[in-house]
Design a protein. Structure first.
Length: 200
């Protein structure tokens, strides 16, 4: 078996890290082969095998490559699409990849998912367009929690403010209106536990 040069292995690692941070997903083996000028998918597999043995890369439960961008205890969190910070948008899960995140951000219990923010209705709580939002998956929330909510077949992120008559999904930007719905028309799918913002 051909032994891969250290420089090529590091080139593969750097490309995977950069592409993951830029797009929210790990690149395909074919993308890696093309970008790193490797002769075959087999060479890509050998580089990734070495990187996994070193702990530089990991795999999720489906065998997809993940980037452990933090040291210490971590959990795999899938990035599954985009959620509106404004009017609701149609909720279609669009699996984009998996991040390894530290337990200090997510907590030690529960299942988690990430969504990419779209819009500016939540700037008052620090959520900006294209931020990556980390949610703990759960069907209920406390008053004042920032939640991912489904209204009929549409999803939005808002501050949860229920009362006896309705649920108010509050926009944290005075230029946007709150969303008021009946209790039976709103389904909570998660509460916000953290976020990432790219400054440039």
């Amino acid at each position: 078996m051909q032994v891969m040069k250290e420089s090529k292995i590091l080139q593969v690692l750097t490309f995977i890290q950069q592409r993951t941070m830029e797009t929210g997903r790990t690149p395909s083996y074919r993308e890696i082969m093309k970008q790193c000028n490797l002769a075959s998918i087999g060479q890509v597999q050998r580089c990734i095998k070495v990187l996994k043995e070193r702990g530089e890369l990991d795999s999720d439960n489906d065998g997809k490559v993940t980037v452990p961008i933090f040291s210490g205890n971590s959990v795999s969190v899938p990035l599954i699409g985009t959620i509106a910070c404004g009017q609701p948008i149609f909720a279609i899960e669009n699996y984009e990849g998996v991040y390894r995140l530290p337990e200090e951000i997510t907590g030690r219990s529960g299942d988690f998912f990430m969504l990419r923010a779209k819009g500016d209705s939540m700037t008052g709580v620090g959520i900006r367009n294209n931020d990556l939002l980390i949610f703990r998956e759960q069907p209920s929330a406390d008053y004042g929690d920032v939640v991912a909510a489904i209204i009929e077949d549409e999803a939005t992120v808002k501050t949860y403010q229920p009362n006896k008559a309705n649920i108010v999904l509050r926009a944290e930007n005075p230029q946007h209106s709150d969303i008021v719905v009946k209790h039976e028309d709103c389904r909570i799918i998660g509460i916000l536990v953290g976020s990432f913002h790219k400054h440039k």
